[in-house]
Write a protein that binds this ligand. Structure first.
Ligand code: COA
Length: 162
């Protein structure tokens, strides 16, 4: 398994993995699948080294991706980042999420981020466990802030100081 910086050519696989999550999971609060053009724009925002985008490659195939995005757009939030990790659905539970988050934390430290946040739907046990493994702590709870697949969704905010 190779964890490396994402390249433009990885975008179709990244988008496919994410679109599967949009259509099938509450892990993302997006509801409309993302067009390739939107992905291109998003890719440009990850040229800033503070906001890395990495992929997991297995036998030449992208099987997962992880990114850090600005937590919020206003300037004073610039040392805080939000994690996103998506593994291809046939590869869950094989340690790929662990490798991706490990790499993101290394890069976040190198790039002098101060705080990392995971914003996670409260029944996503695998993501909560993954973040706990790396020392993220539960610091907040938002009740019924999402509505998807006909039900209200609560959010857990997890944070790691770097
Ligand atoms: C959440 C996700 C990124 C985790 O990646 P993964 O490669 O499946 O996870 P790993 O195999 O690295 O396992 C990480 C930890 O979670 C635990 N775990 C994995 N699947 C689990 C499950 N279904 N239920 C409970 N715990 C689980 C593992 O036991 C492991 O802990 P351990 O090393 O102490 O045993 C991946 O499952 C995924 O992409 N899910 C769909 C999208 C998503 O939820 N993304 C996160 C949005 S916040």
């Amino acid at each position: 398994m190779l964890i490396r910086k994402a390249h433009f050519k990885d975008l179709p696989a990244i988008n496919e993995i994410y679109n599967h999550a949009i259509l099938n999971l509450t892990a993302t609060f997006d509801e409309e699948i993302r067009k390739f053009e939107e992905r291109q724009e998003w890719f440009e925002t990850h040229h800033d080294p503070r906001y890395p985008l990495v992929v997991a490659e297995d036998n030449g195939e992208v099987v997962g991706w992880g990114s850090i995005s600005p937590f919020r757009p206003r300037a004073a939030y610039r040392f805080s980042g939000e994690t996103s990790i998506y593994v291809r659905n046939d590869k869950y539970g094989h340690g790929i999420g662990t490798l991706l988050l490990q790499e993101l934390i290394i890069l976040a430290k190198e790039n002098k981020l101060h705080a990392l946040l995971g914003i996670i739907v409260d029944d996503n046990q695998s993501s909560i466990k993954l973040h706990c493994k790396f020392g993220f702590q539960k610091v907040g709870y938002l009740k019924e802030v999402g509505f998807k697949f006909g039900r209200w969704l609560d959010i857990i905010i997890m944070q790691k100081m770097l």
